[in-house]
Design a binder for this molecule. Structure first.
Ligand code: ADP
Ligand code: ZN
Length: 360
């Protein structure tokens, strides 16, 4: 079991990592002084598996809780589905002190967080992430959003949770592909600023794939600590937080090029990290050894290095529209060595083209 505190100017919150944590959600909430009502938002898969346990724990602590399940998948991150959740909140009489609880992966976390941030100008928000990706990444840091038909996450806010509860037991039902996709973000933390952790992952790959509890606890808590540290320095992504986008510039382009159906987010990020290392070598920022280290770790975790069905031309078009551009110049996170990254404004188009050819 581990507990991590995220300290931000508007208040601190805890991340509790332990097996069986969802059975204690009612108590953890009560410890924070939240009582009365709660709206639990989940998707149909996760709700069927864990909704009852969460409701039970809440009711046992005297909370009047209701569960609403949305269809699984990115399609639920819409203003239409958010509206259904607002309607539910109004009809059950959810007031300003009552939390919205997200029980699910990144999709549910982003959607429920967006509703928590906006309903009654903001009600308490609790995250119960159920995918590895959500545990190590999206549930910490306070980015919440829904999609617009012209782009992902275009409507959102920075809104921090009051509590994050990562229950390792729920990972037992997580499909293997989702686990592996989450591991791409785990590798990212090692690559951006923790050489020791990068080596630890290389040594503990088999244990992680088998979801061994000790290794999972270590990995999730190290990633949460890393993310908390970055977010504490730069909550609104003016500077340091950008390093979390390592692998994401090309990753996002691959996701968009394949209509968000070909690759899981983490898989696209894996290709993006490898591509970033190739760009870094072309620019003389790193040696072939670093490229090899990235290639090896990505392959060791059964993640992809290439996106063969993508065309370099179309990827290039998506890159030019990158949401994170400043004055139309893409901010690239490039790698010098495992554990060390740098931010570069713009990359020569010929270099980019040659790397895109190699990964497609
Ligand atoms: P991400 O965290 O990668 O954004 P999603 O929210 O899209 O993930 O969830 C990925 C898929 O995994 C969804 O179909 C979801 O219902 C399912 N899922 C999430 N958590 C679990 C779990 N603990 N057990 C089984 N299925 C899960
Ligand atoms: Zn990501």
């Amino acid at each position: 079991m581990a507990e991590i505190t995220v300290n931000l100017p508007q208040g601190a919150y805890g991340i509790h990592i332990m097996p069986g944590a969802i059975q204690r959600i009612g108590q953890l909430m009560r410890n924070l002084g939240m009582q009365g009502m709660a709206l639990v938002v989940s998707d149909e898969n996760v709700g069927a598996l864990y909704g009852a346990a969460v409701l039970h724990s809440l009711t046992e602590c005297g909370c009047k809780a209701e569960l609403i399940c949305v269809p699984p998948g990115e399609g639920s991150k819409s203003l239409g589905v958010a509206m259904e959740l607002y309607t539910k909140a109004v009809t059950m009489g959810l007031d300003r002190r009552s939390p919205v609880i997200a029980l699910g992966g990144g999709v549910v976390g982003d959607l429920a967080g967006f509703v928590a941030a906006t309903y009654l100008r903001g009600v308490p928000f609790i995250q119960i992430p159920t995918t590895l990706l959500a545990m190590v990444d999206s549930s910490v840091g306070g980015k919440v959003a829904v999609n617009h038909e012209l782009g992902k996450n275009l409507i959102g806010a920075f809104y921090q949770p009051r509590l994050v509860v990562a229950d390792l037991d729920v990972l037992s039902t997580l499909p293997e592909r989702e686990l592996i996709a989450g591991l791409a973000e785990v590798i990212k933390y090692g690559a951006i600023h923790d050489t020791d952790f990068f080596n630890y992952l290389n040594r503990n790959c088999a244990a992680l794939m088998k979801k061994e509890e000790g290794v999972l606890t270590e990995v999730i808590s190290r990633c949460c600590r890393s993310k908390a540290w970055v977010v504490e320095q730069d909550e609104k992504e003016n500077n340091l937080r950008m390093i979390l986008n390592f692998g994401h510039t090309i990753g996002h382009a691959i996701e968009a090029e394949t209509d968000y159906t070909g690759y899981r987010h983490g898989e696209a990020v894996a290709v993006g990290m490898y591509a970033a290392s190739l760009i870094s070598r072309e620019l003389g920022l790193c040696t072939s050894q670093t490229v090899e280290a990235m290639r090896e770790i990505i392959q060791r975790f059964s993640l992809p290095l290439t996106a063969r069905e993508c065309s370099p031309e179309r990827l290039m078009t998506f890159l030019k529209r990158d949401k994170k551009s400043v004055d139309n110049v893409v901010q690239w996170v490039l790698i010098q060595a495992p554990g060390e990254v740098v931010i570069e404004r713009g990359v020569n188009e010929a270099v980019l083209r040659s790397v895109l050819e190699q990964i497609t």
